[in-house]
Structures are given as C-alpha cells and as structure tokens.
Write a protein that binds this ligand. Structure first.
Ligand code: IPD
Ligand code: CA
Ligand code: CA
Length: 280
C-alpha cells in the first residue's frame, strides 16, 4: 500500500530522529564501563531526537499543535491537529545498551487519533497505521493481532512500575493473576513498541498503568487498525486521560480485563503519573 503524504512526513521525521538515536546508541554501548554512566549523554540524545522531530513536523505541517515528552504542549494556529510525540520510548533500555527502544509519533485530528507510527532504529522496523487504512510493518506486510483465544496459550506484555512510580502493590496482584493464567509475561521496556508488537501478533495481549499520552497514542492507532481491542482498565476509551491500557484480540482483551479487574479489586490505582513522578 503506497504511503500517504501524511505518513511520508511521519516516516521521514522518525527515520531522521532514528538515525541520530542509532548513532548515539553506539556511543552509549561504549560508555557502559564508565562509573558515571551515560545518563547525561542519553538525556542529550533524547533532546536531539525530539528537536529533529519538532523541526521536521513543524516544517511539513506548519501550525499543527504538538504534545512532546520533553517540550510539553506546544500550541499551534491550527487547533484541529495535534502531534503526540515520544522521541525516545524505552530510555532505560537505551541507557543500558539494550536495543529495544522506539520513536513514537501520532496525529490527532479533532481530538481523534488518526495516524500512528512506532519506529525501532535498532531493528529498522517501522510500524504504521492510518485510521481506516490498516496497519503495516515496513510499509509492506499487513499487521493482524494474534488469533489465540486461550489465555493459557497467550504471551502477555506489561510494564513494571519501578522506583518513583506508583502502583507497585496493584502490579504485584495483577502479575500473580496473569502469570498463573497465561503462557508467559514479558516486560520489554518500551510501551510504544509493546503495543506495536501486540498489533503484529508477537504479544497476544498487553496491559500497563501510569502511562502518558505520548507512550501510547501511536500504538493505539496501530492496534485498532490491526483489529485489536483497546481500552483502559475501566473498559473505557480513556487511555490517554487515565494512563492505563489493556489490549488484545476481542477475546483476549475481554479475558485479560476480567482477570485484571478481579486482581485489582479494592486496590486504588494512581492514574496518570505526573511529570515529576515520572522523572528518572
Ligand atoms: C517508558 C516506557 C516503559 C514504560 C514506562 C514509560 P520512557 O517511557 O514506555 O516501557 O513502562 O512507564 O515511562 O520513559 O522510556 O519514554
Ligand atoms: Ca515513553
Ligand atoms: Ca521518552
């Protein structure tokens, strides 16, 4: 399927930022042995990638608003369009030389997510989708969510809260439930990529709490176009607002949601994390 003009803009921006990240990732691998570690260097790499995406998107679509992890909200003259961008999702992996990280770019039109792209520069895999046009990997193979209907045969992805993040008790209860019911639980370290992998059928389902809009906006479009069901933990379409997400095919989504709700019964959820709480 030939890429649209819009998708060409998104792919161009993501690949340019990806080249910068890939170069910096090579450096990070060298820096592992230094005592101070590559933290400052990684933060600079993150900002460099965001600057590239900001420049590319603003040049191609002047006036569109932006919500970017590092810059925050940038208002545009065109109030109907907003890019939602995470220039580097999977920072902890990047910092530790683990080649699982991504660039995530989504477009919202009149408050609705209409296009999404997740790019992993380390594997050169690009996952894209536009509303109503299907989801693709590297512009050639159509993505379909996995068909498995039994949780016992399913591999489920998640994100584990860490120091400085809420919901530790909730996660442990949920994990206990999912590990007993599934064929395995995975924590890959990039929520955007986790969602793309679920759309590609690599993971049968996914759940996480405490995410931000830029972690999941692109993945949501890709999942939906791959035939997945996506909701927040209350089975509502308020993932960007609440920061919780549950995804899978229709059956796995329903089973996972039921399991998670039962496991988290009476455990309060701290919803969307604040930027301060999220700071590493
Ligand atoms: C993080 C990743 C991770 C998820 C965290 C996110 P970052 O984003 O998506 O998989 O578990 O909650 O904050 O900080 O690497 O951009
Ligand atoms: Ca992120
Ligand atoms: Ca990030």
């Amino acid at each position: 399927m030939p890429a649209s003009a819009l998708m060409n803009v998104m792919v161009g921006a993501a690949r340019k930022a990806g080249r910068s990240l890939a170069r910096d990732f090579g450096e990070v691998e060298q820096l592992q042995v230094s005592l101070k570690g590559p933290a400052n260097f990684v933060s600079a790499a993150d900002h460099r990638a965001e600057d590239i995406i900001f420049t590319e998107l603003s040049r191609a679509r002047p006036g569109y608003g932006l919500l970017m992890e590092e810059r925050g909200e940038v208002k545009g003259a065109d109030t109907t369009h907003r890019w939602i961008v995470d220039p580097l999702d999977g920072t902890t992996n990047f910092l530790h030389g683990i080649p699982i990280f991504s660039v995530s770019i989504a477009l919202e039109r009149d408050g609705e997510l209409v296009a999404g792209l997740v790019y992993n520069p380390a594997t050169d895999e690009t996952f894209t989708a536009e509303k109503g046009k299907g989801a693709y990997i590297n512009d050639r193979r159509r993505l379909r969510v996995a068909a498995r209907s039994e949780l016992a045969a399913s591999v489920i992805g998640t994100g584990i809260p860490h120091a400085g993040r809420p919901n530790h008790e909730l996660f442990l209860k949920e994990l206990r439930a999912v590990m007993s019911a599934s064929a395995g639980v995975r924590r890959m370290g990039s929520a955007a990529l986790d969602l793309a992998w679920t759309a590609a059928g690599r993971l049968d389902g996914f759940w996480e709490h405490g995410l931000r809009a830029w972690d999941i906006a692109a993945g949501i479009v890709i999942l939906r176009e791959a035939g997945a069901y996506v909701s927040d933990i209350a089975d509502k379409d308020e993932m960007l607002e609440t920061g919780s997400i549950v995804a899978g095919n229709e059956t796995i989504h329903a089973k996972l949601l039921k399991l998670l709700k039962a496991a988290g019964k009476n455990v309060p959820i701290a919803d969307t994390v604040t930027k301060t709480a999220a700071a590493k």
